[in-house]
Structures are given as structure tokens and as C-alpha cells.
Design a protein around this ligand. Structure first.
Ligand SMILES: C[S@@+](CC[C@H](N)C(=O)[O-])C[C@H]1O[C@@H](n2cnc3c(N)ncnc32)[C@H](O)[C@@H]1O
Length: 510
């Protein structure tokens, strides 16, 4: 790993983090920025003449990175034949050759453009420079045609949109200042005029001029020792490591998760009839059974799943406490007709929505199946990164604490090996696990309004699930302290902006 190498890059006229080189000269050329008209807007682009290449900074690559480009031509139509562009990787070590990542001809057509995103996982663990090159296959270097680079960003996949938005900062600030200097002069804002006239600038001090005061002390991170004294850290009868760790985590989160049994009970009190519930991807309905039992009121529950064996099991468990029926089918093809005339007070997924491919269709159908003001619940739902993977900041934090653990806590129950890092598994590669989980929360907002959201678990579940849970003995105080240090690391990351992957939330039909 090269310590000078960076992991993200964006091309901008504000930064000197790239160079322009001529094929036939070792000297760097001065970057030429040109205005480009695109769909009625004027963009600033880096122009590369035939025989020129733009070389990005030295970068260290990992499997999770991509490069996104928008290119246009500034073509001399008479001479454009044979002009192409190339995206390439120049390895840092002189022993290996340049890798051509992508190459395409630029047409005669004045409107030529190319937008593309390249998956850079082929460069994982490598160090070097990315480049964009304009060249002529006929070897003629005197052509006037130019490649206009409107966008060129590279970095971790989940930072591409951020990096894209960071370009042209000074230009954007300038137009923002210009625009808002006059925006409120419009007659629409006439009532602001009186306030403006009262303005007395002399009593106002810019903050940067008085920044010598004491620095705000940020909250100290919590530690395993602190957790050890919490009532939730006492081991209860029948606790396993997964539930123990998550109970302690829950006790740290200032708001409580939705009380689902209580919500069922209030529907019953309001409507004065059995509460009608539909559970999608209900499986063995273990959670559903507990909820209905705790609600303490009459319930009619309909189960929906692909798996007949699990449904029969769920039916046998639920029938003694609720009026139970079942529909076998693929939830992706869910339809109102499958339920006759029935509508429901509550439709829920308990850890099932992250298996769904046609989320839009399913949510739309759920909205139709609900009574007006009916509620849609997701319980223990995986709403993190696709494939139930960890987000980069969570993976880094998980690995930081994991690498400090003695070997016996890093034994992988499935492989028998001692892991040095948390496995980066994409569970969707061969299944529907987390097939579109990144999109779930945004799509929900198209059809429902959130009433109560409770989200947690940036990475903790990956360190205390079946892969490692057998390595711990909760009766042993040392083992308990290790579990609590995992909980503390999880909480500290969550507190400072780590993205949760688990949601227990209530949404209402519009
Ligand atoms: C994690 S389990 C649900 C757990 C269950 N709610 C409980 O508390 O015991 C996921 C369930 O989704 C079901 N499932 C997965 N894909 C499905 C699909 N396309 N259509 C219907 N059910 C599906 C599986 O059969 C499985 O029973």
C-alpha cells in the first residue's frame, strides 16, 4: 500500500490534482478549460487535443471503486476521422504495462457524447494513475478535434455522487453569491424590504473573527467498562450472544422501538372488531406469533409465503391464538385478487422485504390492500447495503475492533479458520438476500408516510451472528467484556454518523 496514494479523485478547474501530457513531449501542457453546451446548460470541460492525455493523481484501488465520466467532442468535422478516446490505468510500478480500461471512436457527429461508469474492481489492491487520452488511429497529430471532459470522477462506489457534486466549487459559489445578491430584489419579496432597512451591520461580528474562545468538548465515546454497569448488561436466563449484545445496544438508544402489540391492541379498541393482519414472507411466523399473543385481542391473520412447509408450521402455531389463513405464492407477483375482497388494518414484513425484487409493485399493492389509514410495518428489516454487506465506514470500524480480538473470538464456525478481517460477503450473489435493500427506504416514501422509525446496527450483527457466536461464553466475565466492547464500538460509530442496516418502523398509507 502506497501511503502517498489517495482513494478518490474528481476533475475540477479548482484543483491541481491532474496533469495534461502530450504524447510527443515530456513537458506538461497547460490545462485548457472550455465551455460546452449540454441540453441548454453551459458546462465547463477540460479540452484534450489529439495526442494529449489527462493523468489523474496516484491512487490506491480496492474492490469497491468505480470511475464515472461524461465526455463530449469538440470536433473539426473535416479532420475527425479516426479520432478516438481511451480510458487507461498506468501502474505505479514500472514493471507492468498500461491497462486500457475502455476505448471508443469519436464520431463525425457534432453531438457525439459518451457517458459511462467503469467498475474498477479489476484494479483492486493496485496502485497507479487513471488517465483519459484523445488519439488518432491514423497517426495524424495535427487535427483540431478535441475531447471535452465534462466529468471525470473516481472513488468508492458510494461516494461517486458526492465527488460529482464537489466539482466546480468556486464557479458554483460565484454564481450562488451573484444569484442571491439580487434574488430578493424581486417584487415577490417586497415585505422583506422593511426588514432590510432596519439592518445595522455595525453590531454584527463574523464568527471567524471571534474564534479564539474555548473549543467545544465533544462527547466521550462509551467503553465496555461503562456498559458493564448497566442493568441491561446482566446476563438473563437463556441469553445467547446475539440477543445479549443487541439488548445492551437497544438500552443505549434514546428512543424506544415501536410497540407493535400495543398498536394491534389500539386498532381493536378503535374498531371494536378483530384486527386484520397480513404478514408477507411470513415463514414460520415466530415473531408474528409473539406479537399476536402479546396484543391480547382478537386477530385475523393471513400468512403469505413461498414455502408450504413453513406456512403449515406457522399455521399450527398461530391457529390456537388467532383466526389464521394462508396464501402460497411469490410475493413479487402479489395481487389484490389473491385476497378476495379483504383489506387489512396492518400489512407487515418481518425480515422479508429485503428478499423482494419488484419492490415498487409490492408496495403499491400493499397500499391497495390496506384500509384508509392502515399501517405498513417493517420489522427487523435489512435496509443497509445491497447483499447485506456492510457500508465502508462500518466495515472499517468492524475490522478495527475485530483485528484486536484474541484468535479464539475470530474462529469462523463455517470455515473453521481464524479470520483476520470480517468477511466481505455479498449475500445476494446466489440468493435474494438484500437484493435491493439499499433502495427500500427511499421507495417506501413513494407510497407511505413514516410514523415511527427505529433503526440501528451498523455492523454488530456481523460479529455476533452464527459465524462467531459460539466463540463466546456469556458466563465468563472476560468474554462478556469483549461482547460489550463490540457493542460500544457499534454505538460509537452509530452516534457519529454510521449508517444503520436494520429497521423496525411504522409507515401509514396516504
Ligand atoms: C427471514 S424469513 C421470515 C421470518 C419470519 N417472518 C419469522 O419471523 O419467522 C424470510 C421468508 O421469506 C420467504 N420468501 C423469500 N422470498 C419470497 C418470495 N419471493 N415470495 C414469498 N416468500 C418469500 C422465505 O420463504 C422465508 O420464509
Amino acid at each position: 500500500m502506497n501511503t502517498h496514494a489517495i482513494t478518490e479523485f474528481f476533475l475540477s478547474e479548482d484543483a491541481a490534482n491532474f496533469s495534461v501530457e502530450n504524447d510527443d513531449s515530456p513537458l506538461a501542457a497547460k490545462p485548457l478549460w472550455v465551455p460546452i453546451e449540454r441540453y441548454g446548460n453551459c458546462h465547463l470541460a477540460l479540452a484534450l487535443g489529439v495526442g494529449q492525455a489527462a493523468i489523474g493523481p496516484l491512487m490506491q484501488f480496492s474492490s469497491d471503486m468505480s470511475m464515472s465520466c461524461e465526455l463530449r467532442s469538440k470536433i473539426d468535422e473535416k479532420n475527425a476521422e479516426g479520432v478516438s478516446f481511451q480510458a487507461f490505468f498506468e501502474p505505479h510500478d514500472d514493471t507492468s504495462a498500461r491497462i486500457i480500461l475502455f476505448e471508443a471512436p469519436m464520431n463525425y457527429d457534432k453531438k457525439w457524447e459518451s457517458n459511462f461508469t467503469l467498475n474498477l474492481s479489476v484494479l483492486r489492491s493496485r496502485c497507479g494513475n487513471l488517465g483519459l487520452r484523445c488519439f488518432s488511429s491514423s497517426g495524424r497529430a495535427d487535427l483540431e478535434s478535441k475531447l471535452a471532459v465534462v466529468k471525470w470522477v473516481a472513488g468508492p462506489n458510494d461516494r461517486i455522487s458526492l465527488l460529482t457534486a464537489r466539482r466546480h466549487r468556486s464557479r458554483r459559489i460565484k454564481t450562488t453569491l451573484e444569484r442571491f445578491n439580487v434574488a430578493y430584489d424581486h417584487e415577490m419579496f417586497a415585505n422583506r424590504k422593511a426588514d432590510d432597512e432596519r439592518e445595522d451591520a455595525s453590531s454584527f461580528t463574523l464568527l471567524e473573527k471571534v474564534s479564539s474562545g474555548p473549543k467545544r468538548k465533544s462527547e466521550d465515546p462509551i467503553t465496555a467498562e461503562f456498559l458493564l454497569n448497566l442493568p441491561s448488561a446482566k446476563v438473563a436466563e437463556g441469553d445467547d450472544v446475539y440477543h445479549y449484545a443487541h439488548r445492551v445496544l437497544q438500552s443505549l438508544i434514546p428512543i424506544q422501538p415501536p410497540n407493535f402489540p400495543k398498536r394491534i391492541h389500539s386498532v381493536h379498541q378503535r374498531e371494536n372488531r378483530p384486527v386484520r393482519i397480513l404478514s408477507l414472507c411470513s415463514g414460520a411466523a415466530a415473531m408474528e406469533r409473539r406479537m399476536v399473543a402479546n396484543a391480547g385481542c382478537p386477530v385475523e391473520i393471513t400468512l403469505f409465503d413461498l414455502n408450504e412447509k413453513l406456512m403449515r408450521k406457522a399455521g399450527a402455531l398461530l391457529s390456537p391464538i388467532a383466526e389464521t389463513s394462508g396464501v402460497l405464492g411469490d410475493v413479487n407477483a402479489l395481487s389484490v385478487e389473491q385476497f378476495g375482497d379483504m383489506t387489512f388494518d396492518v400489512v407487515m414484513f418481518v425480515s422479508g422485504l429485503h428478499h423482494v425484487v419488484d419492490i415498487e409493485h409490492v408496495l403499491q399493492t400493499v397500499a391497495e390492500l390496506l384500509v384508509p389509514n392502515g399501517e405498513f410495518w417493517i420489522i427487523g428489516e435489512a435496509v443497509g447495503r445491497n447483499g447485506n454487506q456492510l457500508w465502508p465506514e462500518a466495515l472499517a470500524a468492524a475490522n478495527r475492533i475485530f483485528s484486536l480480538l484474541p484468535e479464539r473470538f475470530r474462529r469462523n464456525a463455517f470455515t473453521g479458520n481464524i479470520d483476520s478481517t470480517v468477511p466481505e460477503t455479498d449475500f445476494s450473489a446466489n440468493s435474494f438476500e438484500g437484493i435491493r435493500s439499499e433502495e427500500i427506504e427511499l421507495l417506501l416514501l413513494r407510497y407511505f408516510d413514516p410514523i415511527k422509525m427505529w433503526r440501528r446496527n451498523c455492523f454488530l450483527w456481523r460479529l455476533v451472528n452464527q459465524v462467531y457466536s459460539r466463540n463466546y461464553d456469556l458466563k465468563n466475565q472476560g468474554d462478556r467484556c469483549i461482547v460489550l466492547s463490540l457493542v460500544a464500538a457499534e454505538y460509537n460509530l452509530w452516534k457519529s454518523g454510521g449508517r444503520p442496516t436494520e429497521s423496525h418502523s411504522v409507515y401509514r398509507r396516504r
